[in-house]
Design a protein around this ligand. Structure first.
Ligand SMILES: C[S@@+](CC[C@H](N)C(=O)[O-])C[C@H]1O[C@@H](n2cnc3c(N)ncnc32)[C@H](O)[C@@H]1O
Length: 213
């Protein structure tokens, strides 16, 4: 097994999504699950949970922690999370609820749409970075050395390592996308009823909820 990077640090993402989601009943998909912070941080039944990630080692750790959950790997290309990957996409199970914390925040336009076309859920909750939320923008910039300013009047823009771009590189250390909320809500309208919410206290990323029914 290829170890791409250490597993994600613990973040109580169940607490994050419980600000927007009233009931976690039914089958759950955690897209970009890493080692299962969502499961670790809330009272979810592992037997109802499927985690998907490009990081085989993170999934292995998830499986050791929660053997009753389902863990799916795909070797999908990402410029920083999986630069040697390909265009494969694993078949996702049909679920009631899909959650994705800090995954679409690192997706570019085409990947955002491509992935949502493949998630089969009644409701989808995903976090994203609001270009007009200076706390969020500055938090990501602070992780970098001498980063460029993010122009707040764009529909979307990428911060690639420390420079601002509209292009996706073959490989980079960090990739974050920032979105104009109105534009994103309009763009995702093709998937159902879309609502956007600001981040809860002490969090930086905003949340999109899509009711696909
Ligand atoms: C910032 S981490 C967030 C991990 C987890 N959601 C959490 O909150 O702890 C982003 C995760 O997305 C995964 N990822 C990136 N591209 C992916 C893709 N196309 N499909 C599935 N997972 C992906 C990465 O491997 C990484 O585990």
């Amino acid at each position: 097994m290829k170890i791409l990077r250490p597993v994600a640090g613990f973040l109580p993402t169940y607490g994050y999504f419980s600000n927007y989601c009233d009931s976690f009943e039914g089958r759950i998909l955690d897209y970009g699950s890493n080692c299962g912070n969502l499961l670790k941080s809330g009272p979810l039944n592992p037997a109802n949970y499927t985690g998907v990630d490009v990081d085989e080692f993170a999934l292995y750790v998830g499986k050791v922690r929660f053997p009753k959950a389902q863990w799916l790997h795909h070797n999908r290309w990402h410029p920083c999370y999986n630069p040697d990957g390909d265009d494969s996409f694993v078949d996702l199970p049909e679920v009631d609820l899909a959650f994705s914390y800090s995954v679409f925040s690192h997706f570019w336009f085409e990947e955002f749409i491509h992935t949502l076309q493949r998630i089969k859920a009644k409701q989808i909750y995903l976090s994203y970075c609001d270009i007009k939320n200076s706390k969020c923008v500055e938090w990501f910039r602070e992780q970098l050395t001498d980063p460029e300013e993010i122009p707040t009047d764009e529909k979307f823009i990428y911060l690639v390592d420390n420079y601002v771009s509209r292009e996706v590189p073959n490989k980079c250390a960090k990739f974050t996308s920032f979105w104009n909320t109105e534009y994103l809500v309009h763009l995702l309208g093709r998937f159902g009823k879309v609502e956007a919410f600001p981040p809860p206290e002490r969090w930086y990323q905003s949340c999109i909820r899509i009711n696909t029914a």
